[in-house]
Design a protein around this ligand. Sequence first.
Ligand SMILES: [Zn+2]
Ligand SMILES: [Zn+2]
Length: 292
Amino acid sequence: MEKYIDIIRDSFTGYFNYLVNEITHPTWTSYFYWLIGLSLLVWVLEILIPWRKEQKIFRKGFWLDSFYILFNFFLFSLIVYNALSNVAVELFNDFLGLFGIENIVALEIGNLPGWLQLLIMFVIADFIQWNVHRQLHRRSWLWEFHKIHHSVKEMGFAAQFRFHFMETIIYKTVQYIPLAMIGFGIKEFFVVHMFAVLVGHLNHANLGWGYGPLGYVFNNPRMHIWHHSKQLPEDRPYGMNYGLSLSLWDYLFGTAYVPKSGKKIELGFSGDEDFPEDFGNQTLFPFLKRIK
Ligand SMILES: [Zn+2]
Ligand SMILES: [Zn+2]
């Protein structure tokens, strides 16, 4: 027990020091500055070449979503989740130890060239995310959490980070085991992670980009806006376009749907009129709903 408390304490202090260090000593692999840099870059593009020209620069939900970036990326993902996951990993390894298993690496990719390792990780991680995202829509208890992301009424880059913190736990837990089986550490994940942040920012940005033929591989603003459509086609009651970075999975498995330009479609979900509009109530909402 004490071991786990130590891990939690070390994770918190370790991460606090790490964060202070990140901010005071910028490096080329600083999450903090990359996130700010990518956000500013996509925001400037939205201002210079907006798709919906009448949409305000500080659109509806802009400040709420900015807070979500801070909360989900830094406070939760980098601090709380880090502590939780260190404990979970230790528990998991201890559990395996009971059966005399030291690790679950099934396929060692450490000998492959660096770029190929990153590519493999990226594709596997994205495919798992596509599956998880589909479940978020299909299972009603998961949908209660995922509704927060779909409460966006005007799209802009920061909307990417409007989601319930439970999503971080769900996505990362499901991803952990398969990625641990190919034996890679979190350290290499930086490039993949920042690339995914950029693609995700662009998917939600007020930009009319579809990337031409590359749109069949990469998710894009013209495709993702349909994922946020309030009205769903009759034959797709659980929605469509579940891809995060890649649109490929949706095209392969028949869940892609871009019938026409989605520039002006209404966003949200049915019943969103009564959905809370502030961080606190949005966070509590799925739990309170369960109690009721
Ligand atoms: Zn969704
Ligand atoms: Zn989205």
